[in-house]
Design a protein around this ligand. Structure first.
Ligand SMILES: C[S@@+](CC[C@H](N)C(=O)[O-])C[C@H]1O[C@@H](n2cnc3c(N)ncnc32)[C@H](O)[C@@H]1O
Length: 241
């Protein structure tokens, strides 16, 4: 399932590239697992929403030959364009600024697939977000999300080991699979195709902890305290009908 990622990571230069561009659990591995549940091909136009430094974009463009709009809020299109040129995907990937909470600059029905890795929890935790995104995807197309989450809802009972790390953003964004399924059930115009805990959870987190970002030091402490008991990676796939 992870043939592209494993092959990519067999090269020291690529490992350095990953360490410098990961922004959370290894997005290339998450993207490859999520993509393995979809029929992606080179004729597809995909919106990679919240693409960050474009690790999922790289996977979609290189493994599948798809055309990708790589949209992000924090990472500038210019930075991503330079990176896409350096890795040879600038003919397949269009870097673009987007804030999903402010409306997206695309035509209705433009994409076969809206794909989003380790980003949707930042903006998708309201009842309004999914209905606002559905129109951008053609009927018969898919919305596919991979996000960090929890094995169960903490509510008021945040486990003692997690309390030193827990904050209001985590409280807002990290939820259980059932919480997300309940939210998505309320949306009109889609049918759920798949929802599951992802197999790459442990490995993708471990790979992130080798990265160069300054928050890794704190995340190493957090993941030691967490000890595999509470965090999850969650996958949701819906078909637009
Ligand atoms: C943890 S980073 C992950 C980036 C990338 N997907 C990855 O996994 O490496 C979260 C990403 O979500 C994006 N994001 C957060 N809020 C957003 C919004 N409202 N609209 C678009 N992107 C958003 C940020 O710009 C950031 O790049």
């Amino acid at each position: 399932m992870y043939s592209f990622t494993n092959q990519f990571m067999s090269n020291d230069k690529n490992i350095e590239f990953l360490k410098a561009t990961m922004m959370g659990p290894n997005a290339m591995r998450l993207a490859e697992e999520l993509a393995s549940h979809l029929n992606i091909n080179e004729n597809m136009r995909i919106l990679d929403l919240g693409c960050g430094c474009g690790l999922s974009t790289l996977l979609l463009a290189k493994k599948y030959g798809a055309s990708v709009f790589a949209a992000d809020l924090w990472i500038s299109p210019t930075e991503n364009y330079e990176r896409f040129k350096s890795i040879g995907i600038d003919d397949k990937a269009v870097p673009i600024f987007a804030d999903a909470t402010k409306g997206l600059p695309f035509a209705n029905g433009y994409f076969e697939l809206l794909f989003t890795v380790d980003a949707y929890h930042y903006f998708g935790d309201t009842g309004e977000m999914l209905p606002s995104l559905i129109p951008f995807v053609k009927k018969g197309g898919h919305i596919a999300v991979a996000i960090p989450g929890l094995k169960y809802e903490f509510g008021e009972n945040v486990p003692g080991e997690m309390q030193p790390f827990w904050n209001s953003e985590m409280e807002r964004t990290l939820h259980s699979l059932d919480w997300w399924k309940d939210l998505w059930k309320k949306a009109q115009g889609i049918e759920m195709v798949d929802s599951r805990e992802m197999g790459c959870c442990r490995q993708a987190w471990e790979e992130w902890l080798t990265g160069y970002q300054s928050i890794v030091a704190e995340d190493i402490k957090m993941m030691e305290a967490e000890g595999g008991k509470y965090f999850n990676l969650i996958q949701l796939i819906a078909k637009v009908i």
